[in-house]
Design a protein around this ligand. Structure first.
Ligand code: TYM
Length: 340
């Protein structure tokens, strides 16, 4: 973050993303795409949340590789280190430290109600570990340890964000004003991008059907092929209305990547068949993502540069969050440590 940004009283944003695979078009449209313009008006802190990623089994070598790739993808999507911090969660231990404290202000029943926990424990019945259950508390700590004002996320994270707000209020009520109660920011278009194969389900990195998911590093042919195969309906009219989940999803995506309104997009394709429409959606996505792919290829080849970036940003994030953690420790009655 530039000196100018830190001294001005701009509001603070925090957001995170898991490095479990190449980012999907859902991650991009629902979250990352909005991170770039927000940098103009806010101080932004963005994080590759590798500690969250180990709540499901992941091979260590894969995690290392995916974390670095995630970092490079975010830079390629326009995170500007003159304006924002971008770092790796496990490099900044204050998140996990605060998480323990917040655990003691979170109820078992609250965590049991989290829909993502219920979904993931159904999908991984052989590994319903405590980390998976406790995940939303670490997410609350990520946000509260910076006293973030605003948290841009897709719709699927709003329940976790609501819990973070509850925890912040509860802690403040018990120990006195400590945390900012963060607001969620969900983009007006594309807060929930759906699977191309089952358009009533969200597009997800963990989908086993590769045709269901567009990855932001897919090449043009792959993107067009996936769009052509997208499940639609038995009608022929490109229109946005209930019951047309597949077409609604493609229109949402088209609107997000072209900046056109859904209304204008519907007019544009009036009287044209689904084939023409799907082709146009595929091309628009590929054109939009082409600069990201190009930039990513350069960045991932320069490991030394990436290391320099995440080290510098991580150090600054640690300094900033340590102050908040010290204040928390004092409030709850821990004796200040002189160990350096
Ligand atoms: P994650 O890694 O699953 O997803 C990252 C971001 O992408 C959004 N997203 C979507 N948006 C629209 N349509 C979709 N199909 C779609 N899929 C994913 C998510 O809503 C999210 O904004 N728990 C978080 C990561 C996290 C975090 C945080 C976020 C950890 N700590 C603190 C904000 C603040 C997660 O698993 O996101």
């Amino acid at each position: 973050m530039s000196e100018q940004n830190t001294t001005e009283q701009k509001k603070l944003i925090f957001s995170g993303i898991q490095p479990t695979g190449t980012f999907t078009l859902g991650n991009y449209i629902g979250a990352i795409r909005n991170w770039k313009p927000l940098q103009e008006d806010y101080r932004c802190i963005y994080c590759v949340v590798d500690e969250h990623a180990i709540t499901v089994k992941i091979d260590p070598a894969k995690l290392r590789q995916k974390t670095l790739e995630a970092y490079a993808q975010l830079l390629a999507c326009g995170i500007d280190l003159d304006k924002s911090l971008l770092f790796i969660q496990s490099h900044v231990p204050t998140h996990a430290q605060l998480s323990w404290v917040l655990n003691c202000s979170t109820q078992f029943g609250e965590l049991s109600r989290m829909t993502q926990f219920k979904d993931k424990s159904q999908r991984h019945p052989d590994d319903i570990n405590a980390g998976l259950f406790d995940y939303p508390v670490l997410m609350a700590a990520d946000i509260l340890v910076y006293n973030a004002d605003l948290v841009p996320v897709g719709a699927d994270q709003m329940q976790h964000l609501e819990l973070a707000r509850t925890i912040a209020r509860r802690f403040n009520g018990r120990y006195g004003d400590t945390f900012t109660v963060p607001e969620g920011y969900v983009a007006p278009v594309g807060a929930k991008v759906m699977s191309l194969q089952e358009p009533t389900k969200k597009m997800s990195k963990s989908d086993e059907n590769p045709n269901a998911v567009i990855l932001i590093l897919d090449d043009k042919d792959t993107i067009i092929r996936k769009c052509k195969r997208a499940v639609t309906d038995s009608e022929t009219e490109v229109a946005f209305r209930e019951g047309k989940d597949g077409i609604n999803n493609l229109l949402t995506i088209y609107s997000a990547v072209t900046g056109k309104s859904i209304e204008d997009a519907v007019k544009e394709f009036a009287g044209q068949g689904y084939g023409t429409f799907k082709m146009a959606v595929g091309e628009a996505i590929a054109d939009h993502l082409a600069p990201v792919r190009e930039e990513y290829a350069k960045l991932i080849a320069d490991k030394a540069y990436l290391k320099e970036c995440y080290t510098r940003c991580g150090a600054e994030a640690l300094r900033y969050s340590q102050r908040v953690l010290n204040k928390v420790y004092k409030k709850i009655g821990f004796i200040p440590s002189e160990i350096r």
